[in-house]
Design a protein around this ligand. Structure first.
Ligand code: C5P
Length: 504
């Protein structure tokens, strides 16, 4: 028998030879703390216990009890996040782009064919570190079994309003309140109607009526049901009540030959949306309450209806910055030229084609605290774009008369009113990178220039990695080669740090 750091809470672990572990007489509170700890570390409860055992042999007692304190508080909804997950430690929080660690999520599975996707959703939420409880409606049990859900969730699924197996009857009020977020996936037309009208005749609907936590629904139903005026009314009710909605997507239905809007959003999309909802409620995040504007992608300047002038740009770096800023709690507007990337979740994305349209959207988005101009704006546009396709004929190639486009970065950086507190531009250079960037900083009037080498041998253009040199009035900071996502997180870290000082 081995006594553990938890043994003040009567946890007794038998069989420390570790072929297998049996845990007896373990209190509910300890069990809960263990479960949360295990979820956070991506371990099974058994692995977590082994880990604790290994560490108790060598740990300094004072340090250990501090860690335990942090862990126990993290188990409580709304408790401040501390220790390894302290969001006020800017670098750590920003680094957790795909984490739901220390979040408690209640998943309500409604009765539709899409319920099978909820099994994958459970896995996606758990792999991001969420602690999960699952309620399976009666109708959902026709599609997925509580047994398989329980196995994936690591905890018995809840099915009945009045559970005679009292050991598990935590009651619908506790289920509804002991979480940070409720996800309803799939949200069937019936469940949405019940929610909109406050019905509570089974566990799923009772929990949804009793909860005071944010709710995210992922509707899934036949397109005709989705388009029905009753569903449209119910949806409007729910949105007015503050319920967040993800999807549905368009596509093939389970019913042969039917297609349209009604497919449940993909599990990854739902997990992303859940994460963003939680992020935006977390006032401790480094950019919470800040408004960020990002431009991204190329602009297309029409020559005629089928031809255009453009710079090469995938939009990867700009989109990554928008997402990293949203992950850090900012309210983000992304003004993007034509790209093949998906819109970053939780970001208000405005799509434009030309530089002049980009400028107009950027100006409309003001005031903002921070503006990052990552777009590869075309320098010139055709003075008079053809209304019809220009024909190839005997006169040879047409002569194009070009006009200079507005410089969006310089225009915003030189504004007398509504100038963002921090204006950041990019300099894509193929030679003498730093020298050109310094000149650009002065010319454009911005606060920072992120210079990168886009010469053919650098592989930056269109690739997934970037080497950035941050040029400011104070000097140059060169970052290592890293992914564009990591570079985006690093930038957000620097922005948060700069806003926290009087340097700006
Ligand atoms: O002058 P250059 O195109 O090298 O400047 C690059 C920086 O200026 C980038 O931040 C880019 O987004 C911005 N820019 C702009 N409007 C333009 C040209 C560049 O905002 N017309």
């Amino acid at each position: 028998m081995t006594r553990t750091a938890y043994n003040d809470c009567i946890a007794i672990i038998v069989g420390a030879a570790m072929a297998s572990l049996t845990v007896r007489n373990i209190g509910e509170d300890v069990k809960k703390r263990l479960r949360i700890r295990a979820a956070r570390h991506g371990r099974s409860m058994e692995e977590e216990i082994r880990h604790i055992l290994a560490s108790t042999d060598s740990a300094v007692p004072a340090a250990h009890s501090r860690a335990e304190q942090d862990d126990s508080r993290q188990g409580q909804p709304g408790a401040p996040i501390t220790g390894d997950h302290a969001p006020n430690a800017v670098s750590r929080a920003v680094g957790q782009g795909t984490s739901l660690a220390v979040s408690h999520i209640l998943l309500v599975i409604g009765g539709g064919i899409a319920a099978y996707k909820s099994l994958d959703l459970i896995r996606r939420l758990k792999e991001r570190g969420a602690a999960l409880r699952v309620v399976v409606s009666k109708a959902a049990q026709e599609f997925v079994t509580p047994l398989s859900i329980g196995a994936l969730a690591g905890e018995r699924a809840f099915t009945d309003l009045f559970d005679t197996a009292s050991e598990f009857d935590v009651g619908h009020i506790r289920l509804a309140r002991d979480c940070d977020l409720v996800i309803v996936a799939p949200a069937t037309a019936d469940l949405m109607a019940k929610m909109a009208h406050g019905l509570a005749d089974d566990l799923a609907s009772a929990v949804l009526l009793a909860t005071d936590k944010p709710i995210l629904i992922a509707p899934a139903m036949n397109p005709a049901m989705w388009a029905h005026p009753a569903t449209v009314r119910n949806l409007a009710h729910l949105v007015a009540d503050g319920v967040a909605v993800i999807g549905p997507n368009a596509g093939e239905m389970a019913e042969a030959g039917e297609s349209g809007f009604g497919r449940m959003a993909e599990p990854l999309e739902i997990a992303d949306a859940a994460q963003l909802l939680l992020i935006h409620r977390n006032k401790d995040l480094p950019l919470a309450g800040k408004r960020v504007l990002v431009t991204s992608g190329p602009t297309h300047e029409p020559i005629d209806p089928v031809r255009y002038i453009a710079n090469r740009s995938s939009g990867k770096q700009g989109h990554a910055i928008a997402r990293a800023a949203a992950d850090a709690g900012a309210d983000v507007t992304l003004v993007s030229g034509p790209v093949t990337l998906p819109d970053p979740p939780g970001v208000k994305t405005i799509k434009i084609e030309s530089a002049r349209d980009m400028l107009s959207e950027v100006e409309q988005a003001l005031p903002v605290d921070i503006a990052v101009f990552a777009a590869a704006v075309a320098d010139w546009r055709v003075a008079e774009a053809g209304a019809q396709k220009i024909k190839k004929d005997a006169k040879g190639a047409p002569r194009l008369s070009l006009l200079e486009n507005p410089d969006i970065l310089a225009t915003i950086a030189h504004r007398k009113t509504k100038r963002p507190r921090l204006v950041i531009g990019f300099a894509a250079e193929t030679e003498r990178v730093i020298e050109h960037a310094k000149a650009k900083l002065a010319r454009k009037g911005c606060d920072w220039i992120l210079a990168n080498d886009v010469s053919a041998q650098s592989g930056v253009m269109g690739g997934d990695r970037n080497i950035i040199h941050v040029v400011t009035a104070k000097g140059v900071e060169s970052w290592p080669s890293q992914t564009k996502d990591d570079a985006a997180r690093m930038l957000v870290e620097r922005i948060a740090a700069a806003l926290g000082t009087d340097a700006l």
